[in-house]
Design a protein around this ligand. Structure first.
Ligand code: UTP
Length: 290
């Protein structure tokens, strides 16, 4: 049997980003910049590097700016053209998706991540798909997270989630894997639990915002069952596929920055600035003065 290639990715970007209020009152969290690129750009670049062809953004009422971001910026582009600022024009053209490569659907109620993913069901159809949460910046430019996962998917089929080890005292913040046999970075998933109560987590392997899923999960989400926090949880729907389809966890080799959280967002800016030849010097000098 041939394994269907993963061609489509869902980016759930409908959330209110309340942890970043007041900034997110009018600016979507996903457009907040890490150094000089918005968070959503890092996630889209990661998807492109993994061979994804169709990007589906699940947005909400206050998120038009995301759609505009992936369009042409006529005024600024013609201004740059007239001033012969070709390097900046090049930077802009590198961020544009091809015509028809991006689709936008609205989540009409904030009913949870599982609900956001389900909102893309007609665009996904009967294909495997990826889900990327743009507020988690998974950083390994040489081997992006979704690429690592696609390699595992091509070997194992079924479903693949990205995981990282977190301290025991943080397990209650994540979806946690109940692990089976491990082969290198790939671990069989025997169970999944969303935000386990302190002391009850089956491991320290936490799901970190990247998923490759089979379309059957969309049928499960149709039932609108709620879980932790009264939300329709993606983790609970995925857990129902275990035992019926192959299910593996890919331990991500790279750095993870939780940019949905203020401290994680600031850390991401510092870490990525320190990797930039034009910024590392002044940033190091400043830090040394603190
Ligand atoms: P978060 O809970 O981290 O994002 O959801 P949030 O709700 O925007 O942020 P806070 O907690 O209020 O600060 C993780 C991801 O899932 C999306 C969010 O946009 C974010 O990318 N999401 C979550 C949806 O698209 N719809 C939902 O109903 C819930």
């Amino acid at each position: 049997m041939t394994i269907k290639r993963v061609r489509k990715a869902i980016f759930p970007v409908a959330g209110f980003g309340t942890r970043f209020l007041p900034a997110t009152k009018s600016v979507p969290k996903e457009l907040l910049p890490v150094v000089d690129r918005p968070l959503i750009q890092y996630a889209v670049d990661e998807a492109l590097a993994a061979g994804i062809e169709e990007m589906i953004f699940v947005t909400g009422r206050s998120k038009h700016a995301i759609e505009d971001y992936f369009d042409r910026a006529f005024e600024v582009e013609s201004d740059l053209q007239s001033k012969a600022k070709y390097d900046l024009l090049e930077t802009l053209s590198g961020t544009r998706l091809q015509p028809g490569q991006a689709a936008f659907v609205r989540q009409q109620e904030m009913a949870g991540l599982g609900h956001a993913v389900w909102c893309a069901r007609y665009l996904i159809g009967d294909e495997p798909f990826a889900v990327l949460l743009p507020d988690e910046l998974l950083w390994n430019p040489a081997s992006p997270c979704l690429k690592q996962m696609c390699d595992t998917y091509e070997a194992k089929d079924g479903n693949v989630v990205a995981v990282m080890e977190v301290p025991e005292q943080h397990t209650h913040r994540y979806g946690i894997v109940s692990p089976g046999v491990s082969e290198g970075a790939v671990t069989e998933v025997k169970g999944l639990v969303e935000k386990p109560r302190a002391g009850t987590a089956p491991s320290r392997l936490a799901v970190v915002g990247r998923y490759i899923l089979q379309p059957e999960v969309l049928k499960i989400l149709e039932a609108r069952e709620t879980g932790a926090g009264g939300e329709i949880q993606l983790t609970d729907a995925m857990a129902k596929l275990i035992g019926k389809q192959p299910f593996h966890a890919q331990t991500f080799d790279g750095a993870r920055h939780d940019c949905g959280d203020k401290a994680g967002f600031i850390q991401a800016n510092i870490a990525l600035a320190l990797e930039r030849a034009d910024l590392a010097g002044p940033i190091r000098e400043f830090i040394a003065t603190l």
